[in-house]
Design a protein. Structure first.
Length: 269
């Protein structure tokens, strides 16, 4: 993925070739500006790649679709609508949902907000606002949930609580999750695999498997495995890149048409 600026072409992503499995939880981790959010938006269909293709369950991604929903950092809640109204707005006007209110209440139950359906955003805590935004995504019954640093704006204690709740939701809903984060600990705690990216042009530097079964609790957060994984990923993010000139060739070469990003359902892709 490249962008044209007044200073010329900027290559945001180059040589990305990765597959995410059906119902897998994968985290994207890397420094600011490495293209994590850009990659997420390509999967969402909010942007189209300047080279290569994105495929989702056997279909080429050319635009947004209801099989993929995005949860952003900002809550993006309408202050004049109740919690139920903010969730149901995602379903209004869609023929496939004959009862938007019922679907919205199902989603609110999933995130533990049923008793707050008549509340307004200004009456909610930050964590509750983010759970409302998650419920709005879940109401769509997506196959793929794309999350762009959704817990970055809340305090540490609320963040840990939301992480645990997200894993419970994922276990029930069995969606594919692609989760962007700057936090090493968050990536390790949540994901089955962590895709470690390097700076622009963004590339997948390494893939780290998290061999810890679910459910994961506070003991895992303080375990030797967590510390070992944290050290390993920290080293990947901060080690010197000794290849030097090969990076310059990569920038000049730009995105290649043979690169692809895919989400598959168990068959060959």
């Amino acid at each position: 993925m490249s962008f044209q600026t007044r200073r010329g072409e900027v290559v945001a992503l180059n040589g990305i070739d990765v597959t995410v499995g059906d119902q897998e939880f994968v985290a994207l981790l890397g420094p600011s500006g490495c293209g994590k959010s850009t990659l997420l938006f390509l999967v969402a269909g909010l942007q189209l790649p300047t080279g290569g293709e994105v495929w989702c369950y056997g279909r080429r991604v050319e635009k947004p679709g209801r099989d993929r929903t995005v949860m952003f950092q900002e809550y993006a809640l309408f202050p004049w609508r109740t919690v139920l109204g903010n969730v149901s707005i995602a379903l209004e006007g869609r023929r496939e949902f004959s009862d938007p209110a019922a679907e919205s209440r199902r989603a609110l139950r999933s995130v533990g907000l049923s008793e707050f359906e008549h509340a307004y955003p200004h009456q909610l805590s930050g964590g509750m606002k983010q759970r409302t935004a998650l419920a709005r995504c879940l109401a769509m019954r997506p196959r793929v949930l794309l999350m762009d640093e959704p817990f970055a704006a809340v305090d540490a204690q609320t963040r840990e609580s939301l992480q645990a709740e997200l894993l419970q939701v994922w276990a029930r809903e069995r969606m594919t999750v692609l989760f962007v984060t700057h936090s090493i600990e968050e990536a390790i705690y949540l994901a089955q695999r962590v895709l470690v990216m390097k700076s622009r042009p963004g590339r997948i530097k390494d893939v780290v498997a998290i061999d810890e079964p679910y459910p994961r609790d506070y003991k895992f957060r303080t375990s030797k495995l967590m510390n070992d994984l944290r050290f390993h990923i920290y080293h990947l993010l901060h080690e010197e890149d000794t290849r030097g000139s090969s990076d310059e060739v990569g920038v000049a070469g730009g995105p290649g048409p043979d690169r692809a990003v895919g989400v598959y359902d168990g068959g060959e892709q």
